[in-house]
Design a protein around this ligand. Structure first.
Ligand SMILES: [Zn+2]
Length: 264
């Protein structure tokens, strides 16, 4: 497998219809899913595009009491077992947007953590209002690889997350969300990985992989570093976690930000 270009470590490609393929080859993407149906679609896209790494799972917003947990676990296990999928995502807990289903979210998340632990796969984590709880759960289940997507949690928790070798997802919203900018300032470069969460819209900002180039430039500015330094660090961080779940490939030094040569 060969990956090109910039890194988008959290994108809902399955929501793009047929236009998703325009990102293939231009970005190294960890494509997350929201439920079993979108998981199947994500796996199919990864089969068709070598720069897509599929993540399967159920988003905390998609969890309801009507969800058949035994069937969900069986379906996802089959994708890990037979489909060779090495990431679960978007999975986690949410006390901010969907507090009403929290107790059931927890049940589902623990089942997924058990699955991740048995298969040694990584996680793309949603942890709105539950940052500490999620970190504790990851430790309890012995999870080796996790990316905390769009981190807006307590700054004093960053040290513990980084100490576990987990990554912090940096999103283009840093230009409008003060808290997220503070996170980027506080977290070490060795723990950062860029993401879009596309096609989500946040405060009028339509998120998507095309914003990653500008994001890298902003991170470089905040860190007082060269754009190329940040680009390489993010690629290094991303390939490191992929290799830790057995996905061995490298991202060649394709065109980075401010390059006039689009990848072919
Ligand atoms: Zn997402």
């Amino acid at each position: 497998m060969v990956l090109l270009g910039l890194v988008d470590s959290h994108v809902h490609l399955h929501e793009y219809g047929e236009s998703w393929s325009s990102y293939c080859g231009r970005f190294a993407m960890l494509a997350v899913s929201d439920d079993v149906q979108s998981s199947l679609r994500t796996v199919e896209m990864a089969r068709r595009c070598p720069t897509v790494v599929p993540a399967v799972g159920v988003h905390p917003w998609s969890v309801s009491e009507g969800l058949d947990l035994a069937k969900l676990t069986r379906d996802l296990e089959e994708l890990l077992e037979v489909g060779g999928v090495r990431f679960l995502g978007e999975v986690g807990l949410d006390r901010v947007f969907t507090p009403g289903t929290f107790s059931y979210q927890l049940k589902v998340f623990e089942a997924l953590l058990d699955l991740a632990s048995r298969y040694g796969v990584g996680l793309s984590i949603h942890a709105a209002g539950t940052w500490r709880e999620v970190l504790d759960l990851l430790r309890r289940y012995g999870i080796g690889v996790a990316v905390f997507h769009w981190y807006t949690g307590p700054l004093d928790l960053l040290e513990n997350i980084v100490a576990e070798g987990y990554l912090i997802g940096v999103n283009p919203v840093l230009r409008v969300q003060r808290k997220h900018e503070e996170v980027v300032r506080a977290a070490p470069l060795e723990a950062l990985v860029t993401e879009s969460d596309g096609p989500y819209v946040y405060r009028g900002l339509k998120l998507g992989p095309e914003l990653i180039e500008d994001l890298v430039a902003r991170v470089a500015q905040i860190k007082g570093m060269e754009v190329g330094e940040v680009t390489e660090a993010v690629r290094r961080n991303f390939t490191r976690v992929l290799s830790r779940v057995g996905l061995s490939f490298s991202i060649p030094k394709g065109p980075g930000p401010s390059s006039n040569n689009p990848p072919s």
